[in-house]
Design a protein around this ligand. Structure first.
Ligand SMILES: Cc1cc2nc3c(=O)[nH]c(=O)nc-3n(C[C@H](O)[C@H](O)[C@H](O)COP(=O)(O)OP(=O)(O)OC[C@H]3O[C@@H](n4cnc5c(N)ncnc54)[C@H](O)[C@@H]3O)c2cc1C
Length: 475
């Protein structure tokens, strides 16, 4: 039996017996074969990856079962790592980042509880996938706007815990803009229901927002109530090629100045375009320095008007060419260029490290140029793509070999400079993926001493024994 750190074998055996009583013995896992499934995705920035195996895993079915688990864990001081599908990209963000933890696997809690069209909201257990939630909303002519690239597999609880963004962030915002209420099991065993069904409610501190994006360190989310919007009748996509990313940046400014807030405004640098072309053979322009993918939705006339203005702004900024999709099939084809960027880059080497930083929108082109200079200085290959509309970039380092420890160390130094540069330009170390364990050392640079101290006091107020996701935010 693997035993969590700082817990005696006898106490752990007693806790396992109590967990089994609470949720049924068949949902308590302790064999190496079962626990191997919960290994954290390999993070080159964390030490001893081979030792990152849990002591146990628990798979509850209801809020009440989660409550019982947390009470037992708190009594025996057992570290609990909630995990939904482990699709997060904050390295070390999913359990078990540290050996000896107990995984709280929330995938079985996957029921959609309600769609209320008259209130334009839906209620779901934490383990419902974002796509399933959206499908349920679509049956009522509604939609849930946040669209992380992982939406077919990642869960609404995981999205809330990381405050996931997505391609529609500029126009529609991110997860936090849609969370109306949460049911949360606190580390001390109480169940709280924050917010609720109301679109307006300012009674007390906004705990819903505090817990959204807290990466599983303040409580275990068991149910989520989200706001929905009417499904737009038309959506269209287009793309523009530019010689330089600076021109693409000017086009973004021009589009917004023309009064258009596109639903999608994404960019790829030349290295990403090459990778995508090699991978998907989409016929992307072979000489352009940057690609801007744009899209909008709404009623047909409004979308047509947006597209005219977007095309004009791109042309005014020196676009080589602007291409718009004629129908939904063509739109999907254009979107593929952006959606397949990560798999395309992954094919270039055997280790791909995708990162996440944000800068104020007007500094985007400057940031990409600085990233290129940093990559050259540290002798690593880095390609950058991201959300041009909200200044959120994903510099991605590709290494030929996952065993290249010197290359990994160079990549780590390069990313440290990338985060430092983002902060220098008025930005942040993560726009949407979260801090996880690997970026915790950089958080102080972003927040400063006073906020870091406040974060720790908040963590202690919610989780005095420090049993939820130790080693992450608030540690
Ligand atoms: C291909 C791909 C594309 C992606 N695209 C995007 C994108 O466009 N935008 C974006 O923002 N992200 C993106 N991501 C990241 C990922 O989609 C999000 O981080 C997602 O929200 C993770 O959901 P999950 O269910 O897998 O959560 P997990 O990875 O299981 O958990 C994430 C974190 O939340 C905690 N947690 C999970 N569930 C709960 C709960 N119920 N209560 C408390 N804590 C909990 C965990 O402890 C962990 O710290 C992408 C990931 C992939 C693999």
């Amino acid at each position: 039996m693997r035993v969590p750190p700082n817990v005696s074998a006898a106490a752990y055996a007693q806790a396992l017996a109590e967990f089994a009583q609470a949720i049924g013995g068949e949902w308590v896992f302790t064999s190496d074969a079962d626990l191997d499934l919960y290994r954290d995705a390999f993070s080159p920035f964390l030490n001893e990856p081979e030792e990152r195996i849990a002591s146990g895993a628990l798979a509850p079915l209801s809020t009440e079962q989660v409550q019982q688990i947390v009470r037992i864990a708190n009594k025996y001081r057992i570290p609990l790592y909630p995990i939904s599908t482990g699709r997060n990209l904050g390295y070390g963000g999913s359990a078990p980042a540290y050996s000896g933890s107990v995984v709280l696997d929330l995938k079985r809690m996957n029921r959609i509880l309600e769609v209320a069209p008259d209130e334009m909201l839906a209620r779901a257990q934490t383990g419902v996938t974002t796509q399933a939630l959206n499908n349920a909303a679509a049956a009522h002519g509604l939609f849930y706007p946040p669209d992380p690239g992982s939406q077919t597999v990642s869960t609404i609880g995981g999205n809330v815990a990381t405050c996931a963004g997505g391609l529609r962030g500029l126009k529609y915002g991110v997860t936090r803009n849609y969370v109306l209420g949460l049911t949360v099991a606190l580390a001390t065993g109480e169940i709280i229901r924050t917010g609720g069904r109301l679109w307006k409610d300012v009674a007390g501190y906004d705990l819903t927002r505090l817990i959204t994006g807290s990466e599983g360190t303040l409580g275990v989310i068991t149910e989520v109530t989200v706001a929905l919007l009417p499904d737009p009748s038309t959506s269209r996509t287009g793309l523009a090629y530019f010689d330089t990313l600076a021109q693409a940046g000017r086009a973004v400014a021009g589009i917004l100045a023309a009064g258009v807030i596109p639903a999608t405004l994404e960019f790829l640098d030349r290295k990403c375009m090459d990778a995508v072309e090699q991978y998907a053979h989409l016929g992307l322009h072979s000489d352009a320095g940057a690609l801007l993918l744009f899209g909008d939705d709404g009623d047909e006339v409004a979308v047509a008007r947006s597209f005219e203005r977007i095309a004009a702004a791109c042309a005014d900024s020196g676009a080589i060419t602007v291409q718009t999709a004629g129908d939904a099939t063509e739109s999907e084809a254009l979107l593929t260029a952006r959606r397949c960027t990560l798999p395309a880059l992954s094919r270039l080497g055997s280790l791909t490290i995708l990162e996440d930083a944000s800068v104020p929108r007007p500094r985007l082109a400057e940031m990409v140029a600085r990233i290129d200079a940093i990559a050259a200085q540290h002798q690593v290959t880095m390609a950058t793509f991201g959300h041009a509309g909200d200044g959120n970039l994903h510099p991605t380092c590709v290494l030929e070999s996952a065993e290249d420890t010197e290359g990994i160390a160079r990549a780590e130094r390069a990313f440290a400079d990338v985060f430092g540069t983002a902060i220098e330009l008025g930005g942040t170390i993560t726009g949407e993926h979260g801090v996880g364990a690997a970026k915790l050392p950089y958080l102080g640079q972003r927040l400063g001493t006073e906020q870091m101290a406040l974060l720790r006091r908040i963590k202690t107020a919610f989780d005095p024994a420090g049993i939820l996701n130790p080693g992450k935010l608030g540690s």
